[in-house]
Design a protein around this ligand. Structure first.
Ligand SMILES: Cc1ncc(COP(=O)(O)O)c(C=O)c1O
Length: 399
């Protein structure tokens, strides 16, 4: 970061270092560590000639400011050398829709994993269909056999690995290889791992999406979406986002940048505590299965071990069959686990879910009621004690 241009080049840095150093401009902002929050629309040009030629580093607030550039370039570095550019949009869902729009046109066909976040499906089924783009959902465990699902007009394959409710792991390299051989683009929702634990562009992915609302922000106080693209796809992505008029508000960009600086330490804690809770749940007599990619008994564990360097704090469990009122008694008793949408903040969450109606290529049969946990940054012993109380309430309600 300091100007050491007369010294030999630095060795490649770890992600943990990159989240601290990336996107920081030496000497800018009078030496202050962080960039200012530019609240900006109009950018003034000094002369008519400059205006006519749109000469200047910045043209208009929607098209970027030093604040947005700082976060974009930090994420670009974190994604690795294949990343040719990053766009920031107002939510994770906007990142998904923008990335899909950038690779499709009327008459095209998409392959989307059956395990995708449900609003991704709804966007494909309710919006893209209106523009003549059709979608087929595929079994996330399909691997290279996805070749059989391709049609002559298949233009993109969308992955989410692991699925953010059911946690199926996908063989990204195998799917990307087939897709590229067929001339299709590969997109992934990488919100669960972030580029700290999985770098999709190094596994053949063309466009990597993150709901920055989750771990990048890390404090449940912002909405943010990011799409990182390789050289083949960055121009279409930027054009789609630019012409759609999408841009992220300056305060949320700043909060995203601020969150990114502590992403490595937070994720390490989410990973560690998440595994402690997952292993503890596995031993509970009430629990049928724990759906966590880093737990060896989980079917996708081999892929996780091969491709990922860590796990976040989000996973699920399937309970042995109990009445719904017992599940609700469990949830209502918990004091440290909130109930609400989203995840990736400092706080723990627990929500009931059911994928039955969001599956068309696979059959959702977990064997009992399912609950998704987000393990936050609280002391893990306190979380276990809270869960213990929850199970006692569940037993009392089961009668
Ligand atoms: C896996 C995944 N992707 C995308 C999103 C959408 O992010 P946002 O809420 O920022 O639109 C979510 C939100 O829960 C999610 O869980």
């Amino acid at each position: 970061m300091n100007d050491k241009s007369n010294k030999s080049p630095s060795p490649p840095r770890h992600g943990d270092t990159q989240v601290v150093t990336a996107g920081r401009e030496h000497g800018a902002y009078y030496g202050f560590v962080n960039p200012p929050v530019y609240h900006a629309s109009t950018v003034l040009y000094p002369t008519a000639e400059d205006f006519a030629a749109r000469r200047g580093r910045y043209q208009y607030g929607r098209r970027g400011t030093p604040t947005t550039e700082a976060l974009e370039s930090a994420l670009r570095e974190l994604e690795g050398p294949q990343c040719a550019g990053v766009v920031l949009v107002p939510s994770g869902l906007a990142a998904i829709s923008s990335a899909l729009l950038s690779v499709t046109k009327a008459g095209d066909h998409l392959l989307v994993t059956d395990s995708a976040y449900e609003p991704t499906r709804k966007y494909c089924d309710n919006v893209l269909t209106r523009f003549g783009v059709t979608t087929t959902y595929y079994d996330p465990s399909i691997s290279a056999a996805i070749a059989e699902q391709f049609r002559p007009n298949t233009k993109a394959v969308f992955l989410e690995s692991p699925g953010s409710l059911s946690f199926e792991m996908q063989d990204v390299d195998a799917i990307a290889k087939v897709a590229h051989a067929k001339g299709a683009a590969v997109l992934i929702d990488n919100t669960w791992a972030s580029p700290l634990y999985f770098r999709p562009l190094e596994h053949g992915v063309d466009l990597s999406i993150q709901a920055g609302t989750k771990y990048i922000g890390g404090h449940s106080d912002l909405m943010l979406g990011t799409v990182s693209a390789n050289a083949a796809h960055v121009a279409a992505l930027k054009e789609t986002v630019g012409l759609s008029g999408l841009c992220e508000g300056p305060d949320d960009v700043y909060l995203g940048l601020r969150g990114l600086r502590t992403l490595a330490v937070r994720l390490e804690r989410h990973f560690k505590s998440g595994l402690v809770v997952a292993h503890w749940l596995e031993q509970r007599p009430e629990v049928l299965r724990v759906l966590h990619p880093a737990v060896p008994s989980f079917p996708g564990h081999g892929i996780w071990k091969r491709d990922f360097t860590g796990a976040s704090g989000l996973f699920s469990m399937a309970l042995k069959p109990v009445p719904q009122k017992a599940v609700y008694a469990f949830l209502n008793t918990l004091e440290l686990f909130g109930m609400g949408a989203s995840w990736g903040g400092f706080e723990s969450l627990a929500i009931p879910f059911d994928c039955t109606h969001a599956r068309t290529a696979t059959h959702w049969a977990p064997g009992g009621p399912t609950i998704r946990f987000h393990i936050g940054l609280e002391a893990v012993d306190d979380l276990l004690a809270d869960l213990e109380r929850g199970f006692a309430a569940m037993a009392a309600a089961t009668g």
